[in-house]
Design a protein around this ligand. Structure first.
Ligand SMILES: [Zn+2]
Length: 270
């Protein structure tokens, strides 16, 4: 396609930073903020956890081989292209049964096409959602490679890293199969697109507002201290409760009685 000749090629595709004890954040800086998702790498005693797998435009195995050295288990929070792209590169990959990508999936880095693909009405999307490409990448033939799970995760299932145990929480609303992973001991929630610090998307093909409301009510009762979201920076419990309250105010104002007004002081693990 013509635009690929106009874009610079970036040999370095991923950006890494430590973002907590034994938690590394990886993202794709040449991707527009709208589509730029986090990959969370959690170092465990017996094995590592990787939460989500980026857009799949650059091989994770080639660019970030350290992710694959400690028997990693990949958990995909949901089957949107910005979270599942490189899932096929992992030997052990788990997701909810409603997030299974069992065939090569249409994908695009063009804004208006993406809105159409996801079923959203987003005027003003930029024509292109990247400002560079990795070497050898062809925007015109971008698709998501099928990645059938080696195991499906249901609500309550655990992922055991030896010194950390994370519980899968099925929290639909953004998509039917949306999962979060919760490390209760650390109060750490890997939330995918269930909650992040921006406008929450509940108007896509697979979204369901009633389910999203129920998900928010469940989330606010969890002893979360830090949210590691699918997009943007981590945030604390107080901010999580504000985001939940904002969502409920918009989508379910009838629920916002006095008892549901949440404050940061009465929360926290025992
Ligand atoms: Zn999503």
């Amino acid at each position: 396609m013509r635009e690929m000749h106009l874009l610079p090629v970036s040999p370095t595709w991923y950006r890494r930073e430590w973002s907590g004890v034994g938690i590394e954040r990886i993202d794709e800086p040449h991707v527009h903020e709208f589509l730029r998702a986090n990959i969370w790498h959690v170092v465990g005693r017996d094995r590592d956890l990787v939460v989500d797998a980026g857009l799949g435009v650059a091989s994770l195995r080639e660019h970030l081989p350290h992710l694959f050295t400690h028997d990693p288990v990949l958990v995909v929070t949901h089957a949107h292209l910005d979270h599942v792209g490189s899932a096929h590169e992992f030997v052990d990959r788990r997701m909810h049964r409603d997030s299974v990508v069992d065939h090569n999936m249409a994908a695009t880095l063009r804004g208006p096409e993406l809105a159409h693909l996801l079923g959203a009405d987003w005027p003003g999307m930029p024509p292109l959602l990247v400002d560079a490409t990795p070497p050898g990448f062809d925007i015109g033939s971008y698709t998501i490679t099928a990645a059938t799970p080696t195991a499906t995760l249901e609500d309550g299932d655990t992922v055991d890293l030896g010194d950390r145990r994370l519980r899968a929480l099925h929290l639909p609303g953004h998509t039917r199969g949306s999962l979060c992973l919760f490390d209760e001991e650390a109060g750490a929630l890997f939330s995918g697109d269930v909650i992040y610090d921006d406008i929450l998307l509940d108007d896509l093909h697979e979204s369901d507002v009633d389910q999203y409301v129920a998900t928010m009510l469940r989330l606010q009762d969890l002893p979360v201290q830090t949210v590691y979201p699918g997009h943007g920076d981590p945030f604390d419990r107080a901010r999580m409760l504000e985001i939940i309250a904002d969502y409920l105010r918009t989508r379910a104002p009838q629920l916002l009685t006095d008892e549901l007004h949440v404050g940061p002081l009465d929360q926290g693990p025992a």
